[in-house]
Design a protein around this ligand. Structure first.
Ligand SMILES: NC(=O)c1ccc[n+]([C@@H]2O[C@H](COP(=O)([O-])OP(=O)(O)OC[C@H]3O[C@@H](n4cnc5c(N)ncnc54)[C@H](OP(=O)(O)O)[C@@H]3O)[C@@H](O)[C@H]2O)c1
Length: 320
């Protein structure tokens, strides 16, 4: 495992709970502040040795050589402007013939087409179900359940942190208090400004466009406005009018090319995109054969992100 924070530990707990049926082992962990190795399987709270104090490309090669995993699970923090160092980590895992699962949308948002090609060339699997809607099926749904169906666009509310923050502000709390609530739930990005400024959503839009609309885009190409300018007074007043604000993600193929956006929209409380409370996420696809259809995830947390990694892992184990 590369990265061992909220998601990593939730995943380790899940593996422990399911070990009698799914005997996976974590043979190595590389995080910013240390490394741990054990071919017999590491416990959820292992003792860490010193970090690999070399550039990312060398660190990942050394780590993989020592840990000897079959699958690398990449869950280091999102770096929305470049997707690094995760892209380097993933590239080196493919070069070392390891399957890769990531929950980090950076690599999918910046380099999906190239990474997918490199995985194919290396004869290994590349999975990323947790990158957009935690464990709820998005990519597996479109890959496995919609044969012959063309997807022309999507819309959704995909960032749980901004939902928690907006709901807190509707109740009269400050943005700062709302962010603290999201951090206590373990759902905020390592740097929560990436949620508030819409970078997390933009990375999800770019990831969806790259995988589902066959684009070669990146988060910087998404027309992005965050929620940083919203005030508590504004949201309390909207609540009295039975309205709210949602950070809405949209992607669409048009005759003028791809239109990708992330914007706060004022919606009536009864709008489909606004009805789901808590951390709930919502994604709808526009399709030719199935009309508009999609996935809802009610109040997902890190356990569901961990489940997305787990479902990818089981899928890889079944396919090799
Ligand atoms: N949390 C969620 O609900 C959620 C949902 C979907 C996707 N994700 C994605 O999952 C990933 C992990 O999220 P998280 O909530 O677990 O983050 P987190 O709690 O902040 O943990 C990040 C981990 O990555 C390690 N790390 C930092 N820089 C690194 C580097 N350059 N190389 C290797 N490891 C590094 C950190 O090391 P130290 O422990 O030493 O600081 C820490 O163990 C992110 O990409 C995030 O976007 C998270």
């Amino acid at each position: 495992m590369v990265g061992y924070g909220n998601v990593g530990r939730a995943f380790a707990r899940l593996l422990e709970a399911k070990r009698s049926v799914y005997p996976f082992r974590i043979v190595g962990i590389m995080k910013h502040s240390g490394t741990a190795y054990d071919q017999r399987g590491l416990p959820v709270e292992p003792e860490f040795g010193p970090p690999l104090d070399v550039p990312p490309a060398e660190a990942i090669d050394e780590f993989l050589n020592r840990a000897r995993p079959e699958v690398m699970i990449e869950i280091s923090p999102l770096e929305p402007e470049t997707g690094e160092p995760s892209i380097t980590y993933i590239r080196h895992a493919f070069a070392n013939n390891r399957h890769v699962i990531t929950a980090n949308k950076g690599p999918i948002a910046h380099a999906y087409a190239d990474l997918n090609l490199e995985a194919r060339r290396a004869g290994v699997e590349f999975r990323f179900e947790s990158t957009v809607m935690d464990g709820a099926p998005i990519f597996n749904l479109t890959r496995n359940c919609l044969p012959g169906c063309k997807i022309d666009g999507f819309k959704g509310v995909l960032n749980s942190t901004t939902k928690v923050v907006i709901n807190a502000m509707r109740d009269g709390k400050s943005m700062h208090e709302g962010i603290a609530e999201a951090q206590a739930l373990g759902i905020a990005e390592t740097d929560a400004s990436f949620d508030i400024d819409g970078w997390d959503s933009a990375a999800k839009v770019a990831a969806l466009a790259n995988v589902i609309l066959d684009a070669r885009t990146n988060p910087k190409a998404v027309d992005r406005t965050g929620i940083g300018h919203l005030t508590t007074a504004e949201l309390v007043a909207l609540k009295a009018e039975r309205k709210t604000v949602c950070l809405v993600c949209r992607g669409r193929r048009t005759s003028d090319g791809l239109k990708l956006s992330v914007k706060p929209e004022i919606l009536p409380d009864t709008d489909l995109l606004a009805t789901l409370r808590g951390t709930s996420n919502f994604l709808l696809f526009e399709t030719d054969l199935m009309g508009e259809m999609g996935t809802i995830s009610i109040d997902p947390g890190v356990e569901q992100t961990a489940y997305g990694l787990f479902s990818d892992l089981v899928d890889i184990a079944r396919s090799v």
